[in-house]
Write a protein that binds this ligand. Structure first.
Ligand SMILES: Cc1cc2nc3c(=O)[nH]c(=O)nc-3n(C[C@H](O)[C@H](O)[C@H](O)COP(=O)(O)O)c2cc1C
Length: 311
């Protein structure tokens, strides 16, 4: 999620769930071609399995960006056809590409030819003016023929004129049935459902109808939501769930390494604020991280002190 998640949040998530597929925030393919690969693409190998999400509408640029990403060790390339932001629309990519299934298909085919990794597409169930199931099915059919390995479907249309990105994640109603209908219609293709899913129980219900579930905001707000995911969905033992203190303890050497390498401690700590949500003392934890975190020169020590206080 742009402006929210990054490699540090993914490292935190990886301590909570070993097997859930993680996605990068959207990275514009042309930005990768302009250089600064390290800033845009570097990640900790522990984050894998990890999909890189690209944005763009030029098959050649996307193919080249996918090739560079494959060398970095990503496990999957995902194309963003769901973002409604005006900036992205000016670039003619994101959700507005739902009106151009053949362009998306050409992009998928070019990336498929460039890398051996799975190439997937994240999209909406429609955009204003193309919001019937027949439009959606046409989009999926054309993109599937180009070799798309999985469809990640945000079960809302995007309104590209009147709503801002935040409203576009809440105002258009969720239509899960459209995603289920896709699965029935294209039985051989893989579909991952997204939008408004906030518990593993809800995920389990969707998994009876589709192949995967993507959770965005709820994962950020309450990362420990995923503590039981490995046991529940990936064949782990019931006792495999991690506890919060163990997660914080594991983040101590992580943040210390990051600071030793020249990074800012708060770049890591800021993602840990939701870790105790729903627990006694959650507010105090958040305050400690948000007030003391930004000015702390020894973030590892801050975390240790916070743990000691909770014991
Ligand atoms: C701050 C923010 C940034 C987002 N950035 C991206 C992004 O980079 N790529 C993407 O595919 N979706 C992005 N999304 C949308 C989410 O991935 C997801 O589709 C949407 O929030 C609905 O799912 P949820 O209810 O589980 O959050 C973003 C959402 C938020 C709140």
């Amino acid at each position: 999620m742009v402006d929210r998640t990054d490699r540090h949040f993914r490292s935190l998530m990886r301590l909570i769930t070993r097997h859930t597929l993680l996605y990068s925030e959207m990275v514009v393919a042309r930005a990768i071609l302009r250089g600064d690969h390290q800033r845009l693409l570097a990640f900790d190998p522990n984050e894998r399995p990890l999909a890189l999400q690209l944005a763009g509408d030029e098959p050649g640029a996307l193919a080249e960006a996918a090739r560079i990403a494959a060398d970095y060790g990503y496990d999957e390339i995902n194309l963003n056809v769901g973002c409604p932001s005006p900036r992205v629309q000016r670039g003619r990519f994101g959700a507005c590409l739902m009106a151009e299934p053949q362009t998306v298909a050409d992009c998928v085919a070019a990336m498929r030819a460039a890398v051996t990794l799975p190439v997937t597409v994240k999209h909406r169930i429609g955009i204003e003016g193309r919001e019937q199931f027949a439009d959606l099915a046409e989009f999926v059919e054309i993109v599937a023929l180009a070799g798309c390995d999985r469809f990640v479907v945000h079960a809302r249309i995007a309104v590209l004129g009147g709503l801002n990105p935040k409203q576009n994640r809440s105002v258009p109603p969720l239509r899960y049935d459209d995603v289920y209908a896709l699965k029935r219609h294209f039985g051989d293709a893989l579909f991952e459902i997204n939008g408004g899913i906030a518990t593993l129980d809800q995920a389990a219900v969707h998994l009876k109808r589709v192949d995967g579930v993507m959770i965005g905001r709820a994962a950020y707000d309450d990362p420990m939501l995923f503590a039981a995911a490995d046991a529940r969905f990936f064949g782990g033992a019931a006792g495999d769930g991690v506890d919060r203190i163990a997660v914080v303890e594991a983040m101590v050497p992580y943040v210390e390494r990051w600071v030793a390498a020249g990074g800012q401690g708060y770049q890591v700590l800021r993602h840990m604020q939701g870790l105790f949500n729903g627990m006694p003392g959650a507010r105090r934890w958040r305050r400690m991280l948000s007030v003391d975190g930004p000015r702390s020169e020894e973030p590892g020590r801050l975390l240790r002190a916070a743990i000691a206080e909770r014991r």
